[in-house]
Design a binder for this molecule. Structure first.
Ligand code: GRG
Length: 309
């Protein structure tokens, strides 16, 4: 991961001062670096030791960073990684444009490894992520959203980049199609579990630990699984309170809604759905040869669902 950080620093360079300032601001704020970790763990587990793995790991972190810069503008978020968001500090235009810089730099990096399959995987992934965000936009303020449609959004907007990261490890190692699919399946399930927990933490997490404001999803009228399940399980009056909050994007009664989401067992059920996905992810690892890397990938499944940040 130190090598990845070195590539990130090297590749962020731009002669345009504002690009340098904003890109270093968001990258320097840290983040868990899970997606690059997936590239490294899978390529190592499959015996690939070439320097291209560091370039690919940095590339997926750049794509992730670009999506965050864009997402915080779309969501009007004010806090990210414990700091003011780039849009809060530098404005929406600068955030979107520097996001475009980081995104297109990622494409320069993926070309540099000279493998058409890498380009294919990442071009497809970024396209699906964008589709996921548009789908989510269409679902805003809709309390009647079906659970299957919610799951489609999270597979697109979040799980797809996890899937691509895991798959890239296999592509670099020139693994068989069967092993490559198992790696991709792991990433898809882990990413789904990860987003389910992200949606739980928006109701029961702590702003300080998360480094972003809890309650943001409700403020935007985002119908996530904790709310959908709470409506299914709650009384008529609880259902109508949540419906109204989703329709209006109203947070005035957030504490009451958090109580309902917890008391109806909706948080527990969402966590359980995440655990199920994490178990499915773990089973995908059976096709990999035993190694410390495979063990780490298994541990990541547990950690991703038991996390509080
Ligand atoms: C630029 C390809 C492209 C698309 C733009 C706005 C947008 C379309 C996509 C946003 C997708 C998005 C932000 C999904 C949420 C993913 C998510 C769970 C983010 C938080 O990830 P963590 O917890 O963050 O790994 P850290 O801070 O640890 O890196």
């Amino acid at each position: 991961m130190k090598e990845v950080d070195a590539v990130i620093r090297l590749r962020l360079a731009s002669s345009v001062a504002l690009i340098d300032q904003i890109s270093h601001y968001i990258i320097g704020a840290g983040g868990k670096r899970i997606r690059p970790l997936l590239v490294l763990l899978f390529s190592n587990a499959l015996g690939f030791r070439g320097a291209e793995r560091f370039e690919m790991a940095a590339t997926v972190e750049f794509i992730h960073t670009a999506t965050l810069l864009h997402d915080d503008v779309v969501d009007e978020s004010r806090l990210r990684r414990g700091l003011e968001t780039a849009n809060a500090l530098f404005g929406n235009a600068a955030s979107v444009l520097v996001g475009d810089f980081v995104y297109s730099r990622a494409f320069q990096m993926m070309v540099s490894v000279n493998r058409m399959r890498v380009l294919e995987v990442l071009a497809d992934a970024t396209n699906v992520i964008a589709e996921g965000e548009v789908l989510q936009l269409m679902n805003m303020h809709d309390p009647d959203l079906a659970v299957a449609d919610y799951l489609r959004v999270i597979r697109f907007k979040t799980a797809k980049l996890f899937e691509a990261s895991a798959r890239l490890g296999a592509v670099l190692a020139e693994a068989s199609p069967q092993v490559e699919e198992a790696c991709a399946d792991y990433g898809r399930s882990l990413g789904t579990a990860f987003q389910l927990i992200d949606d739980v933490l928006d109701y029961e997490g702590s702003t300080v630990e998360l480094g972003k404001n809890v309650g943001d999803d409700l403020r935007e009228g985002k119908p996530t699984l904790p709310l959908l399940l709470a409506m299914e399980r709650g009384s008529a009056s609880e259902r109508s309170l949540i419906r109204h909050a989703i329709e209006q994007g109203e947070v005035a009664r957030l504490p009451e809604i958090v109580e309902i989401v917890k008391a109806t067992g909706a948080i527990g059920a969402t966590r359980e759905a995440a655990r199920t996905e994490a178990v499915i992810a773990g089973q995908c690892l059976d096709l990999l040869p035993p190694s410390a890397y495979r063990e780490a990938l298994l541990e990541l499944c547990t950690r991703s669902v038991e996390r509080s940040a």
